[in-house]
Design a protein around this ligand. Sequence first.
Ligand code: TRP
Length: 432
Amino acid sequence: MLAALGSAVGLGNVWRFSYVAGENGGGAFLLVYLLMVLLVGVPLLLGEFALGRSTQAESSTAIAKLLPVRWRHLGLLGVLSSVMVLAYYAVIAGWVLKYLALYLFSSTHRLSDPGFATAFEAHIAQPVEPLIWQLMAILLAVAVITRGVEKGIERINLVLMPTLGLLLLGLAIHSVSQPGFMQGIHFLFQPDWRVLTRPEVYLAALGQAFFSIGLAMGVMVAYGSYLPSNQRLPGAALSVALGDALFAILAGLVVFAAVFSFGLDPAQGPGLAFVVLPEVFANMTGGAIVGSAFFLLLAIAAMTSMVSLLEVQTAFAMKKLGWSRQRAALVLGGLAFVLGVPASLGFGVWSEVASTGGRGILDLMDLLAVELMLPLNGLLLALLLGWVWPGKEALQACDLHTGRLGQLWLFLVRYVIPLMLAMVLASSMVSG
Ligand code: TRP
């Protein structure tokens, strides 16, 4: 379960949540996001866990056990999306490593010299240096994968996930004393109802819920296969999903209190956390130490997520292509790096490419993965859970055999989730 939480908690909670919430109006987005977590995230996460535990297999095998032969390749979709996500995720993880190094080895006022935003933009616009950090992030993940996930990752999660949570909590408490705290609270918790008429908000919230929990790629199926038979799955799914959301809300509090304290723009896009947080550390006693600790823990959180993404692909290649673990991890890590290069260059030398509507290459990859591939996989997953898996078996596997909760799960998985995902997908296609 800690491994599942480790996969869930990552850059999605800090980097992605804060900028997507900032772009989508704050409070209204948070509301829809939490609704999506409860209505779509928890039931699907429960289904993934149940699928993994009852088949005792990772996702492609688990799917093959349920489906007739010609549908068996559906598992490939999840693997393909994980390739896409890992590629640009490593770019952001590289930014985190760079900031960690800055906090550890140089004085932080160097950053503030031209202003944090300028310093950040100057860093990501360089053609070579960010690629080196990105490569390092991937190599770290490859190193963990080749040693086997269980021992290393479990121990890391046991200690460091709670530590990251405590640090975020501490920062949130610290932000109470900031001049922009109340404004931040209003922004994050007071829905601007007009925003709810914009279909993109639902799409963004749903995508964020999928991404942040780590759904619809088979990661949680694999982790489910490690869960003991006496573990009650509904509780496990609920606590992983809500724990993950809690990390995001805490990070949001810290980020938005600071945004308004320092007069920054909440809707400035993917760099938000990297511009705002250094500002927080610079204006706090012991900020260099807190900043180092923060970026270290964030780097580790990113690493545990990258490991889960790389592990699905590695397991797949080992099973389907007969590759050794080392070979699979190295080749797929290399692939992630190559695919991620354009995402990184898109902030500098290739900024003219794909900059439709002010979006760069990384943004487009993220959009494609999170607002198209994940909802599509989610739709297929819901159909698999609700319609292909015999209801009785599925409920039993979910530890829901008795009572109304089981009926509710079936109803959500059969009707509500497919309908919502179909609508969201349609709006995603329409908005192009
Ligand atoms: N959930 C992770 C985050 O928030 C990213 C991630 C890890 C992920 N594994 C995943 C996203 C599987 C989708 C699917 O940073």
